[in-house]
Design a protein around this ligand. Structure first.
Ligand code: CAA
Length: 380
């Protein structure tokens, strides 16, 4: 076991920290209030190579490891979780799946611009009646010979309005259950593809989350990822890596809130001394720092297993389950330490508390992570 980060990994972390502090922080409160997508900031993030971090440089990516990805996700999420979900979805749910399972033509056409940050992608699995129960897809992709006819509705799609490339999961043959599901690459602008309403959300309000409608969209056969019927397994494998991204996002939200609470506790005085010198606050800080460090270790362990080519599905579910719990609990504590100031927008921690909640819901709720973990533990 080696806890030492390499020079390259530290450089990636520092670059992400600089970007977060200098570019994302100045407008983060306004973007949250106005529900404004960080368009220019995401463009810059792409130019710096953070949108296709782990993609092979021959496809325009950064060729970095998953540990570097966790470090960068933590730094970006400390400041702006709306920007970091865009980064997480593009890296882990879109680029990874295309690189791992796409054809050479699909990689040249779709992965190269996604990895270089010229365009962004979306991953479309959830439906009005298929959230946790992801096999019960109502969206259909009927095999018409040389194309699929796509019909249905997808809900809560991150990057729904701003993406150009969409990976859409749909049922081709209901009799085959999950083995009858496919994943199709759909382009914005294909006839019959309509981007619906933008959601008005509790948190990550700077990200754009939309309903998408597909009405008789003709998707060429060559846009299917993998063999016929591979779509559900594609989604599950992709989400195993996605959960490392969201676990790191949760870690960043927690550590960002902790750092603010720590600094505030050393400035604010009550009863004749700074509040960090009161045991009630000092013990809160001790709990926060310990839990955040444990979450960081779980995220880095999952990433290390991925880098080593080992099975990381269990580790990524554990990391997401724990980090998201830590994010929710510790952002509440950060607000508490700030007292009345924590309840107003200027001090950032109330936004972090709102942002934390989604990490217990998307890319598999905490209950779904417990299903994945317990099934693995109980497997014969
Ligand atoms: N890797 C590879 N294969 C996997 C797998 C994995 N991690 N997990 C499951 N599978 C395979 C199983 O082996 C099985 O295949 P076989 O029948 O051939 O053995 C098949 O997939 C079906 O698996 P299950 O029987 O376990 O399926 P299930 O119906 O019981 O559901 C579940 C399992 C874990 C609950 C799954 O449905 C799930 O993960 N649900 C949550 C979906 C989710 O995360 N949605 C998030 C939406 S995306 C999002 O939020 C993105 C965003 O915008 C931020």
């Amino acid at each position: 076991m080696d806890f030492k980060l390499t020079e390259e990994q530290l450089a990636v972390r520092d670059a992400a920290r600089d970007f977060a502090q200098n570019v994302l922080k100045p407008g983060v409160i306004e973007r949250d209030r106005e529900q404004r997508f960080p368009k220019e900031e995401i463009k810059e993030l792409g130019e710096l190579g953070f949108l296709g971090m782990m993609v092979d440089p021959k496809y325009g990516g950064g060729g970095m490891d998953a540990v570097s990805y966790v470090l960068a996700m933590e730094e970006i999420s400390k400041v702006d979780a709306s920007a970091s979900v865009v980064m997480s979805v593009n890296n882990s749910l879109v680029c990874w799946g295309l690189e791992e399972f796409g054809t050479e033509e699909q990689k040249q056409k779709y992965l190269v611009p996604l990895a270089g940050g010229e365009v962004i992608g979306a991953f479309c699995l959830s439906e009005p009646e298929a959230g946790s129960d992801a096999t019960s897809q109502r969206t259909t992709a009927i095999d018409m010979g040389d194309y699929y006819l796509l019909n249905g509705t997808k809900n809560w799609i991150t990057n729904g309005g701003s993406a150009s490339t969409y990976l859409v999961i749909a049922q081709t043959d209901a009799d085959k259950g999950h083995r009858g599901i496919n994943c199709l690459i759909v382009e914005k602008g294909m006839e019959g593809f309509v981007v619906g309403a933008k959601e008005d959300k509790l948190g990550i309000r700077g990200s754009d989350t939309h309903t998408l409608m597909f009405q008789d969209v003709k998707v060429p056969k060559e846009n299917r990822i993998g063999e016929d019927g591979f779509g559900f397994k594609f989604a599950m494998k992709t989400l195993s890596g996605g959960r490392i991204g969201i676990a790191s996002q949760a870690l960043g939200i927690a550590s960002g809130a902790y750092e603010l609470a720590l600094a505030y506790s050393k400035e604010r005085s009550a009863f004749g001394k700074v509040i960090s010198k009161h045991q009630a606050i000092a013990f809160k800080l001790a709990d926060m720092a310990t839990e955040i460090e444990a979450a960081r270790m779980l995220c880095l362990k999952a990433a290390t297993l991925k880098d080593q080519g080992k099975d990381y599905a269990l580790a990524s579910s554990m990391a997401k389950l724990f980090s998201s719990k830590v994010a929710m609990e510790q952002t509440v504590e950060a607000v508490q330490i700030h007292g009345g100031y924590g309840f107003v927008k200027e001090y950032h921690v109330e936004r972090m508390m709102r942002d934390a909640k989604i990490t217990q819901i998307y890319e598999g709720t905490s209950e779904v992570q417990k299903m994945v973990i317990s099934r693995t533990l109980l497997k014969d």
